[in-house]
Structures are given as C-alpha cells and as structure tokens.
Design a protein around this ligand. Structure first.
Ligand code: SF4
Length: 425
C-alpha cells in the first residue's frame, strides 16, 4: 500500500503507442490515425528503444509500467507481452509491480482484454468519457454507451484493478446532470476515477469550432461549481481526490502517476515519450514515422536529452507536487537539488497565500515509514494520519520554510494561479 510521502527508489516506465482509430475533437495528445501499421517493425523498435533506456538505467527495479497513447488497447497483445517480458529481463520487477494499459471501450478492444491480462497487464484505465450517447457523439468517441458498459464489465472481470476516465464540464452540462452521471460511475465500483474537465486545447477541432462560434464552452463559474461538486461527491463515496483530477480508494492510487507527481525517475519510450532520469530530461521523436526511422538508424528514438539545472528540477518538482493532495515535500526538493527553498519558492507569496487560506504548510515531511494512506484526508481539520499538525489554521508565522506545503480545498481550483505566484523563476 502507498503511503503519503513514501519514497521508492523503484523506476517507472512509460510506453507510448501513438495510433487511434479516429481523432477525437478535444484531443491534443500525440495520437495519429494510420491505415496500416507494420506491427513487426513497431515491436522491434519498441524493444530496441527499451533496451537503450535500460542501458542508461542499470541496477534499478521496475515499480510500474504504463502503456499510454494514442490507444494502446489496439496494440497486439504479443507486443505488450514482449515489452513486459523484456522490461523484466532488463530491470527485474518489484514484487507488487503495477502494469497499466489505457484502453478504449470498444468491443474490438474488449475482446483483447483477456490476452492483455495474460500478457501481464494488471490494471486498465478505461476511457469511457461519458455515460450518455449524445455526449459520446459530441466527444467524437468511437464507442456508444452500450459498448462502453459491456467493455467495463469485461474489464472488471479480467483485470485486478480498473480505473474509469470521464470528461465533465461539457457545454450545457448542469449540476443535476453531472451528479447523476458521476453517481452512476461511482456505482460501478471501480477503485479509481480520473475525472477531467473539458479543456479547449489549441490545435484541436473543438478550438476551431469555438473560434467559429459553433461551440460555446461552459463558463468558468459553472465549471468551478462542477469541480467542487465532483470532489465532494467522490470523497463522500470513499474516493477522495489524491491529485487534482484523480480519485481513488485509499491504497488504489496510480503508483505510476504518483512517480511523476512525486518527481521520481521514469523512462519513456515510443513516439513523443518524455522521461526524467538521472537529472536529465529525455524526449523521443514525436511523429511516429520519425521515431521509427530514428530507432532503426541509431538504436533509440531520442530526439533530445537535456541535463536539467538544479533550479529547473526544483521548479518541476514543485509544479508536479502541488497537484497532489499530500502536497509537495519542500525539504526533499532542497536536499536533492542542493538549493535552498528561497531560490525557487517565493516566501512572500507563500505567506500571502497561506493567509488567504489557499495553501498550508507542515512542519515536517511526511514520514516514509510511519503512517498510511488509510484515513488520510488532507482537508479535514486536524492532522492527517501520520503527520504533525499544520502550523495554525490558515497561515504560519514568517520564518524558516516549511518542510511540506499543499493546496487547500479552496486553493485547488486556483492551482495554476497559485503556482505562478509560488515559483521563483
Ligand atoms: S482515443 Fe484518446 S488519444 Fe486517441 S484521439 Fe481520442 S482522446 Fe486522443
């Protein structure tokens, strides 16, 4: 079971599969539609990219693998199995390794779930996205609700752990409609929900429609109301938000994504995959054909490998960590970068935001061994299990930097603005 603040030296591996059957109008991911994929060439290239990554990261144990995309449920299960087996040969697996695959809930893909489980996948993240056929059509999804629910049923029978993705704050969506949809999703009994607000991203079909006046996004106040409702309702059902968009039963958090948010090391292979390892950022070629050619020519798909200055690492860790309900371990960032918090965290802004009740400070980092996630609720009054009390309610006296800071319930909806103020460039 994961503990807030628990540190693991184990490594995470991200594998990007860039192909989809169609492009969703809201999607700005590195996803592509291709009439034909040379499966043998792609499998060989993924294995080569993986071997290169393993050579850069010797002596580590793998704690998680995440197949993302794109639509990795379109991968041949034999390719998934080959990547998992090679990763185990290269690194060895932690006893409780988490192996997640993102899946779209079409009947074609559901038919592969048993083979994917046999390949070693033990957690699936199912892109249901909405529980309403009209909304699914609006989102450009290739499945309808009946197909989606049938796939969920198969997933829950086949995989040890299932997460659902839903997109809310859709145009015209009101609190009553979203409450009913969310309650129904909670009722499916999965131990993890990823609940994303619809964001109009640059370069997407939805952005074009908004520019043309053909689509009106939900206004900010209504979206903020749905955000608050989501957090309260999911928490009341035993699925508190452990990250701004992710909810889980205690102990069922995505370990892989926690590695990103806690700024642990991860390797990334496949087109456009990012990695952070040994103080450097890696980026693979984004376009599928360019990545494939690069691997075939040079043995790996890396387009750029950039050492990160200690200040850059501190800022990245702060930006990632404040997304978490447990907050960010200021003392650990200072220790790992060798930089005092004053060089990357604006103390005056921190004090101001504490006084406004948007951020709170803790005296010490969460212990790595003591405490557990059971009963952990960073927003209830008093100290979360295993943590000392925050200094006062709402703000601390100006003084040494706290060991840990976190956004409050009032602060989370304003997280982007808080981060802009807190980061000292
Ligand atoms: S299925 Fe997912 S990755 Fe593919 S286009 Fe749709 S949202 Fe993007």
């Amino acid at each position: 079971m994961l503990r807030p603040g628990a540190r693991s030296a184990s490594l995470a591996l991200y594998v990007h599969w860039p192909f989809c059957v169609s492009k969703c109008p809201y999607c700005d991911f590195n996803s592509h539609v291709r009439a034909r994929v040379d499966q043998a060439a792609w499998r060989a290239a993924l294995l080569a990219d993986l071997a290169h990554e393993a050579a850069q990261l010797p002596g580590r144990t793998l704690g998680s693998i995440f197949f993302g995309g794109g639509t990795p449920s379109l991968m041949p299960p034999e390719t998934v199995a080959a990547v998992i087996a090679a990763a185990e040969r290269h690194w060895g697996f932690a006893e409780d390794i988490e192996i997640t695959l993102e899946a779209n809930p079409s009947s074609v893909e559901a038919a592969r779930f048993a083979d994917l489980a046999a390949a070693g996948v033990n957690r699936v993240s199912l892109g249901l996205q909405a529980l309403d056929d009209e909304a699914l059509r609006f989102l450009g999804r290739a499945h309808d609700l009946g197909e989606g629910l049938a796939a969920l049923d198969v997933a829950q029978r086949v995989f040890a752990r299932v997460s659902l993705d839903l997109i809310y704050a859709r145009p015209g969506q009101d609190e009553a409609g979203w409450t009913a949809e969310l309650d129904r999703a909670i009722g499916f009994g999965t131990d993890h929900l990823s609940l994303y607000q619809l964001v109009i991203e640059p370069g997407t079909r939805f952005e074009t429609l908004v520019r043309q006046g053909a689509l009106t996004p939900l206004d900010d106040d209504a979206a903020a109301g749905l955000f608050a409702l989501t957090r309260a309702r999911a928490a009341a059902a035993g699925l508190p938000a452990y990250e701004i968009s992710n909810h889980a039963r205690p102990g069922a958090e995505s370990r892989h994504n926690l590695t990103y948010w806690r700024y642990g090391d991860y390797g990334g292979i496949g087109p456009g995959a990012h990695g952070r390892r040994g103080g450097a950022a890696t980026l693979r070629h984004r376009k599928p054909e360019n990545w494939l050619e690069a691997v075939q020519a040079q043995g790996h798909g890396i387009a750029a490998e950039t050492p990160l200055a200690p200040h850059d690492r501190a800022v990245e860790a702060l930006l990632m960590g404040l997304r978490l309900a447990e907050g960010v371990d200021v003392a650990r960032i200072a220790a790992t970068t060798g930089l005092p918090p004053s060089s990357w965290l604006d103390d005056a802004a921190l004090e101001r935001l504490e006084r406004l009740g948007l951020v709170e400070s803790l005296l010490t980092s969460a212990p790595a061994q003591a405490g557990g996630h059971d009963g952990y609720s960073p927003f209830k009054v008093g100290a979360p299990h295993g943590l000392p009390p925050a200094r006062g309610h709402g703000y601390r006296e100006r003084g040494p930097f706290p060991a840990r800071i976190r956004a409050t319930e009032a602060g989370f909806p304003l997280l982007d603005a808080l981060l802009r103020e807190l980061v000292r460039p």
